[in-house]
Write a protein that binds this ligand. Structure first.
Ligand code: HEM
Length: 491
């Protein structure tokens, strides 16, 4: 009997050994895999960033990791990141198929579109059209400042009370994108608008959280009634609503007088005549949803992180306010150009982005051909994960890698300086398409808020907690704040 059990056990172990995933020759090293799970059991799925850092300490800046049977290469640190995304930019510019996000978008639009003509043309179209906004009569700056006035009006109403700012900042970031895409913004209490924002926040949590990982790793479970089904359903609901808005635009537009991004797209289709490919309705819808998703959580979570730091470091908040008051003295409104006269405030905003590390693992890439990285061979079609957070906290790159300190962005003369390891928007051909817009939003919103209000950590709220909540975007834990209006010196 004992012999049979031992024999059975030996056979089982041999079977596991035989079906164990083997790394290809010269592939980056990594931890031992187990069947079915690969290395998934070695990650804290609620927030894998620290585990990936520990694995890098053990296996090197470029290492491999198996999501189930699928190999991925993890890039850590600035040097390897630059080799992959700048030196070998096109080799690493693909997007993986077969993951939840690519199933949601069917690989269309921009974010999850693989490297190729459709991605290139849509990215170019969106960049140029957004740069020219300008579309219609309002400049991008005016659109943002218009939204800031709604935020300020709301904060004035709740001055002195203890509030959670999450919904307000989400509403404002989403409304700025809506104004660019649809030509109009929503009232903050609009029913669909609220539902859409909630769906986006939920989907962000699902897509990069444990359920997303399970979906990506175990195809057999995909049809079960698990939380990723609600992500697919919610995505479809928002898509149908955006389709209604597109149809409304078709009925009311004047060709060649674009009011917004949708009109611009329809003009582009007309311009292309009989064969507008790759421009079509389904590409347009996915592109619009890409921009909505990419532009809401990212910006609003960064603003939330900034306000948390203002409250946790009241001396830093006050120093920004002194600089802002001095530069804007006698003026009613600020403009984006003012950033050049506000080195300290600029440093604080950049330090917030560094410390908050809003997209810690960027968006997953994929190799477009057989290639090499730091001497290792990586086959075409390999999933590539950029640990951007590792660069933003790399000890050899920053004066104060692990603490919140605006001096990371100030030189000895107190001038603003951006170190090369500052890459929260990533680098290379896939770099964030909304970087220009996001930088303008962060500056105009945060400076106006600092000028108009003092942000105070509520007395009964304990100590500020900087532990992030991981999702597609990383966010501060929900917190409460008190705002007190300031007297401004405009005359
Ligand atoms: C603080 C705010 C933001 C941060 C930190 C951020 C960061 C990023 C990062 C890290 C990527 C992935 C780049 C890569 O794969 O290498 C990305 C992609 C992208 N972002 Fe942003 N983003 C922000 C705001 C925005 C906004 C406001 C928009 C929209 C207008 C936007 C649109 C996009 C798009 C469309 C892509 C996909 C680009 C492509 O695949 O070619 N982002 N962003």
């Amino acid at each position: 009997m004992v012999v049979s059990v031992v024999l059975l056990w030996v056979c089982f172990c041999m079977l596991l050994f035989l079906i164990r995933t083997r790394r290809p020759k010269h592939f980056p090293p990594g931890p031992q895999t187990i069947p079915i799970f690969g290395n998934l059991h070695q990650l804290n799925l609620v927030n894998p960033v620290n585990d990936l850092q520990k694995l890098s300490d053990r296996y090197g800046k470029v290492f491999s990791f198996y999501f189930g049977g699928r190999p991925a290469v993890i890039i850590t640190g600035m040097e390897a990141m630059r080799e992959a995304l700048l030196t070998k930019a096109l080799d690493f510019a693909g997007r993986p198929g077969g993951v939840l996000l690519s199933h949601l978008t069917q690989g269309k639009g921009i974010i999850m579109a693989d490297y190729g003509p459709s991605w290139k043309e849509h990215r170019r179209f969106a960049l140029i059209t957004m740069r020219n906004f300008g579309l219609g009569k309002q400049s991008m700056e005016e659109r943002i400042l218009g939204e800031v006035s709604y935020i300020c009006a709301h904060l004035e109403k709740v001055a002195g009370q203890t509030i959670d700012p999450q919904t307000l900042f989400h509403n404002a970031s989403c409304d700025i994108i809506c104004s660019i895409m649809f030509g109009s913004r929503y009232e903050y209490d609009h029913e669909f608008f609220q539902a859409m924002i909630k769906m986006m926040a939920d989907n962000s949590k699902i897509a990069n959280g444990p359920w997303g990982m399970i979906y990506d790793t175990m195809p057999l479970l995909r049809n079960l009634p698990l939380p990723f089904q609600s992500a697919l359903r919610d995505y479809h609901t928002v898509k149908m609503h955006v389709l209604d808005i597109v149809n409304e635009h078709r009925a009311t537009r004047t060709p060649n007088e674009p009011r917004d991004l949708i009109d611009g797209y329809l003009d582009e289709v007309d311009k292309r005549g009989q064969d507008p490919a790759p421009f079509d309705d389904s590409q347009m819808l996915t592109m619009l949803l890409d921009l909505l998703f990419a532009g809401t959580d990212t910006t609003s979570n960064t603003i939330r992180a900034a306000v948390l730091y203002f409250m946790a470091y009241p001396d830093i908040q006050e120093r920004c306010q002194q600089e802002i008051d001095m530069v804007l003295e006698g003026r009613d409104q600020l403009c984006f150009e003012d950033r050049h006269s506000m080195p300290y405030t600029q440093a604080v905003i950049h330090e917030t982005q560094r410390a908050a590390s809003t997209l810690p693992l960027s968006v997953f890439h994929c190799t477009t051909k057989d290639t090499e990285l730091t001497g290792y061979q990586i086959p075409k079609g390999t999933l590539v994960i950029q640990n951007l957070s590792s660069v933003l906290h790399e000890e050899t790159q920053w004066k104060f890698p692990h603490s919140f300190n605006p001096n990371n962005f100030l030189n000895e003369q107190g001038e603003f300086e951006k170190p090369p390891a500052f890459m929260p928007f990533s680098i290379g051909p896939r770099t964030c398409l909304g970087e220009g817009l996001a930088r303008m939003e962060l500056f105009l919103i945060l400076v106006t808020l600092l000028r108009r209000f003092q942000f105070i950590w509520p007395e009964d709220a304990g100590e500020p907690d900087f532990t992030p909540v991981f999702g597609v975007t990383q966010a501060p834990k929900p917190y409460k704040m008190v705002v007190k209006p300031r007297t401004i010196t405009a005359n």
